[in-house]
Ligand binder design. Structure first.
Ligand SMILES: Nc1ncnc2c1ncn2[C@@H]1O[C@H](COP(=O)(O)OP(=O)(O)O)[C@@H](O)[C@H]1O
Ligand SMILES: [Mg+2]
Length: 337
């Protein structure tokens, strides 16, 4: 891990079943009596604790860890449909409820890194060094401040050149898969935030992943272009990654005032049936404000509809994952991740 912090220690406050009683809360508030290296983290860690209490007051909702690591490519070649927002918020929701999660920012714009408050200025070891130069993720993954068990592999502007630089690299489609394999930490979820294109970076995500999560914006033209993404997924499945499947569709930016949003929802559910999550993310200004504070909506405004919808979506994802078999069937297995 690039930066070592003792952040993990704050995890004791955040176990899924840790709904603090008044007594516990008082004890926690009194915790750091002496100067503590954790001091800097405390405001964010407290926000995270508060988020768990607001989102899950009785502590009755658990997000069971999957029996095997799940790697998701969050993909849709359209920009602005909620890929990054969904990646960040689902990752935080899962990590706040006992899962070990890593976000891989694979978009040169670095929005997922920004949203998690992770340094990604020029010169920061990033996914570029991993994919293009073969650096181990152990040296790149950074703990996300205030959220125990959440790590981020940031993206810097260097990544913008990677599509071209990778063209002549050996096994160019499997670079990310290889670097993920170098990560020595144990993880339950890896969420790869893809750029808005179907180029080599997205191909790398689709080769590294087993599942694809497609966010769909509840607006006009929502389904346009999706056919091309699905065809690419089929091609990758046929030639590079037999395990790949579209496991999850999340409807985002639902505006209940418009009839259109409802029509898009019906259409998507009619077409993709059970892989569409029941939870739908509403269009909400609060959701779009959160990244400006280097925070997810989960900690920025845990009582908001945006936060509860991502919380519900994460819970559904976790519940489905709990039913997976511990190991991939031998038949499906082609390369590891
Ligand atoms: N549910 C939402 N309500 C309002 N704004 C949203 C919502 N989800 C995302 N946004 C905003 O829409 C823009 C695009 O979202 P983003 O997640 O970056 O999409 P993508 O990664 O697919 O390009 C961002 O400014 C983001 O803050
Ligand atoms: Mg994005």
């Amino acid at each position: 891990m690039r930066k070592t912090t003792s952040r993990g220690r704050t995890g004791r406050h955040l176990a899924p079943d840790a709904t603090p009683s008044a007594k516990q809360a008082k004890a926690e508030a009194a915790l750091p009596k002496q100067p503590d290296p954790l001091d800097d983290d405390l405001p964010l860690a407290r926000e995270a604790q508060r988020a768990v209490r607001v989102l899950n007051p009785s502590g009755s909702v658990t997000m069971p860890r999957p029996p095997r690591r799940r790697v998701f490519a969050v993909a849709n070649q359209k920009g602005g449909v909620g890929k990054t927002t969904s990646t960040v918020n689902l990752a935080v929701a899962l990590a706040l409820h006992g899962n070990r999660v890593m976000v891989v920012d694979l978009d040169p714009q670095g929005n997922a890194s920004t949203g998690l408050g992770v340094e990604h200025g020029a010169g920061t070891p990033s996914v570029y060094e991993a994919v293009v130069e073969g650096m181990s993720l152990d040296e790149i993954a950074t703990p996300v401040e205030g959220i125990p068990s959440l790590y981020c592999v940031p993206a810097t502007i260097d990544l913008a050149g990677a599509e071209v630089e990778l063209v002549n690299v050996v096994a160019r489609e499997a670079r990310l898969q290889k670097s993920i394999a170098t990560f020595s930490g144990e993880l339950d979820y890896i969420l790869i935030d893809c750029p808005p294109s179907l180029g080599l970076l997205t191909v790398n995500a689709l080769v590294a992943a087993e599942e694809v999560l497609i966010p769909i914006q509840c607006e006009y033209y929502a389904l346009e272009g999706l056919g091309q993404l699905l065809r690419n997924i089929e091609l990758i499945k046929a030639h590079l990654n037999a395990r790949l499947r579209v496991s999850t569709i999340l409807l985002t930016m639902y505006d209940k005032r418009t009839k259109l949003a409802d029509q898009v929802e019906q259409e998507v559910r009619g077409h993709f049936s059970e892989i569409v999550l029941d939870a739908v993310v509403p269009r909400s200004v609060r959701v779009s404000e959160a990244p400006g504070y280097g925070q997810s909506i989960m900690t920025y405004d845990p009582g908001s509809r945006g936060a509860t919808s991502y919380f519900e979506a994460a819970e559904e994802i976790a519940r489905r994952g709990a039913k997976l078999s511990p190991r991939r069937g031998d038949k499906d297995q082609k390369g590891g991740n």
